[in-house]
Design a protein around this ligand. Structure first.
Ligand SMILES: [Cu+2]
Length: 428
């Protein structure tokens, strides 16, 4: 008898702990206000500071460990199959609702890695002003930016890490032109999901390395900005055909067909509820996309067919660490001195000098007039093939990754050819 009481008590206590560490609020059935998700580099200094203040508070409360743990435990159910887009849209919204519990006026921004795809080291998002770049040599701890010296408690107690793919550089990401190529030529949800997941999406995870290339990557806030970009790409593809706001196709992790009525792991809501970003519970649009149509009549509301609080006792959160102070306090970016910033910039220059990314099959173009006799441009390097063992262990599809590799290489070759042409036409 006593044994049963103890077990019951343990269950109640673990549920209370899980809830206090990591809240999972239900989504509202309506939108009290509609917000616009923007490129983080276009936020005003005040908006940036508010956003960073909120994420530091989320980290302090242990919520980033919660996201990392949750994502890791169900990774096989939501990667490498057609739950991918919808589930991550819901996951981002979970993150955003928790942000808004701390500051109701903060909106999740996105990281447009397409801007500096050919040289991510120059991307301000990876500078000390935003998220910082590579981890430091030795232990790979992130030491600059908003997440400087952050700790994590999942899966083990450690610092937050990044370990760039080529030592001091990430390698190239996908240019948006290649992403748009995929958008134009892909008709089904399943195919689009596979191409994006195994192409533009994967290369960013692998390029940043460290925690970012693992299934607990959401311990790093930058994960949410990367996935907001992936979400925006899905939304843009959806906007090209109204049917895509109503239906999905494909298969889940146990090869059951996916429809708008399929239930998303953990959340117990149907995929249909995610299909319009400005629908009930979601309530956002993206800065450079058309507003999606009004919620289709046959998908009126969010269905809560499962008990979300029951999920909290799931083994997935059973291993969630109790709330602990972070390993070290984060450094306030606004408190950085001018010298610090200079030192940081200097570091980045050095990193670029030591870039170990395999060079493109580079060649040089000479101009015709004497001023340009020495003019030369280096070709942009396409992203390099992703490592097979990493692809397999991270639920990717190596065959699709290889096809995407070919596609992006062709697009980069086109871009290089145009640049060479542009240069030679200037020099004529
Ligand atoms: Cu994921």
């Amino acid at each position: 008898m006593l044994k049963y009481v103890c077990v019951a008590l343990a269950v109640i206590v673990s549920e209370v702990v899980a809830k206090s560490v990591f809240p999972m609020p239900r989504l509202s059935q309506s939108c009290s206000k509609m917000v616009v998700r923007r490129d983080i580099t276009t936020l005003s200094p005040d908006e940036q500071q508010r956003f960073f203040r909120v994420v530091r508070e989320m980290h302090r409360r242990g919520w980033m460990d919660g996201f990392g743990s949750m994502h890791d435990h169900i990774s096989h159910q939501v990667h490498g199959n057609d739950q991918f887009f919808a589930w991550h849209r819901r996951f981002l919204r979970h993150f955003e609702t928790l942000m808004q519990e701390i500051d109701p006026n903060v909106v999740l921004p996105y990281w447009n890695w397409g801007t500096f795809w050919q040289n991510p080291l120059a991307d301000p998002v990876l500078s000390s002003q935003f998220f910082g770049g590579n981890g430091r040599p030795g232990d790979n701890c992130v030491m600059e930016g908003t997440e400087a010296r952050w700790g994590r408690n999942y899966p083990t107690k450690n610092c937050l890490t990044r370990k760039f793919r080529y030592g001091t550089s990430t390698g190239s990401f996908w240019p948006m032109r290649a992403v748009r190529d995929v958008m134009k030529t892909t008709k089904t949800h399943a195919q689009f999901r596979s191409r994006i997941e195994n192409g533009a999406h994967g290369i960013v995870h692998l390029g940043l390395g460290g925690d970012f290339e693992t299934m607990w990557a959401p311990v790093d806030v930058l994960f949410f900005l990367h996935h907001a970009m992936i979400d925006k790409i899905w939304a843009e593809w959806q906007s090209q055909d109204p049917q895509r706001f109503q239906n999905v196709d494909g298969y889940d992790s146990v090869r059951q067909p996916i429809t708008a009525d399929s239930i998303m792991p953990f959340y117990g809501e149907d995929i249909g509820s995610t299909l319009v970003t400005n629908g009930p519970g979601y309530c956002y649009t993206y800065d450079d996309l058309p507003t999606p149509p009004a919620v289709p009549r046959n998908r009126p509301k969010i269905m809560m067919s499962m008990n979300v609080s029951a999920n909290l006792t799931d083994a997935s959160l059973g291993s969630l660490p109790q709330q602990q102070p972070a390993v070290a306090q984060s450094q306030e970016p606004e408190q950085m001195s001018a010298e610090d910033e200079q030192a940081d910039n200097g570091d980045q220059d050095n990193e670029e000098a030591g870039d170990e990314q395999p060079a493109a099959e580079g060649f040089f173009v000479k101009g015709h007039d004497s001023d340009r006799a020495n003019a030369k441009i280096m070709d942009f390097a396409p992203p390099q093939p992703m490592d097979q063992s990493w692809l397999k262990q991270s639920h990717y599809d190596p065959a699709e990754a290889a096809r995407m590799q070919k596609l992006v290489s062709n697009v980069v070759a086109e871009i290089n050819a145009e640049r060479r042409q542009g240069l030679s036409s200037i020099s004529k």
